[in-house]
Design a protein around this ligand. Structure first.
Ligand code: RTP
Ligand code: MG
Length: 207
């Protein structure tokens, strides 16, 4: 078959049925991915019209190596927050660079990337009303030496660099970071039997 100048080999009008169906499936898969990604956004899983947020928490390699995962995770559950995503994984250098790109020029950056990629971490999507601020408060100040008692960093560590836990620091950061660490379908929406006593839902909005 000869092609005239400017004629496309994949003009959809010329495609046979199997090819057209294949392309349609690909298109729908891409749309589906966008749909689920949209639903990863904090504040977008608020089917009851409340201010539900989802935040990214990472239990860093020191928390995993020191067998502190369960104790730190339990604190979030005890608080009433909900674990809606959870994954033990090893962070690649590329992912660490993207996640901590705002710190790329800082003197501690090379050590931070080495630390975060050196051993597995536990990544969690944690949900609740005001979850981003609540989780940051529960983590404590950045440096273990300065973090207040009662916070995870204050209670479990003394190091400034090996500070056990990461938490998104704003709604924008949470959206970006959840998208980096979780893919469509990894974050689940489900009810817990105790939910009606975690929040007062007798008014127009849970609080
Ligand atoms: P993160 O991002 O991990 O939740 O911690 P953060 O907001 O409390 O602190 P940030 O300023 O964002 O720093 C990111 C991480 O870099 C390490 N760091 N080391 N040795 C140092 O001076 C130093 N400063 C920061 C910590 O692991 C910190 O969590
Ligand atoms: Mg930070």
């Amino acid at each position: 078959m000869s092609l005239r100048k400017g004629e496309s080999t994949v003009s959809s009008a010329r495609l046979g049925n199997p090819q057209r169906i294949f392309l349609e499936i690909i298109r729908l898969k891409l749309l589906q991915g966008e749909f689920f990604r949209y639903h990863l956004l904090p504040n977008n899983l608020n089917h009851k019209g409340n201010t539900m947020e989802t935040t990214l928490i990472i239990l860093k390699p020191d928390a995993v190596q020191r067998n502190l995962m369960g104790r730190i995770l339990t604190r979030f559950e005890d608080k009433g927050l909900q674990i809606v995503g959870c994954k033990l994984m090893r962070i690649s250098p590329e992912l660490a660079a993207e996640h901590y790109k705002d710190h790329a020029s800082k003197p501690f950056y090379p050590g931070l990337v080495r630390f975060m990629t050196g051993n597995p971490v536990l990544t969690m999507a944690v949900r609740g009303i005001g979850a981003i601020t609540i989780c940051r408060a529960m983590m404590g100040a950045t440096f273990g030496s300065k973090a207040a008692a009662g916070t995870s960093r204050g209670d479990f560590g003394v190091s400034n660099s090996y500070n056990l836990i990461h938490g998104s620091d704003s709604p924008e950061a949470a959206t970006r970071e959840l998208g980096l660490f979780f893919k469509a379908g990894d974050i689940l929406e489900y009810s817990r039997v105790g939910d009606s006593y975690v929040y007062d839902s007798t008014g127009s909005k849970p609080e």
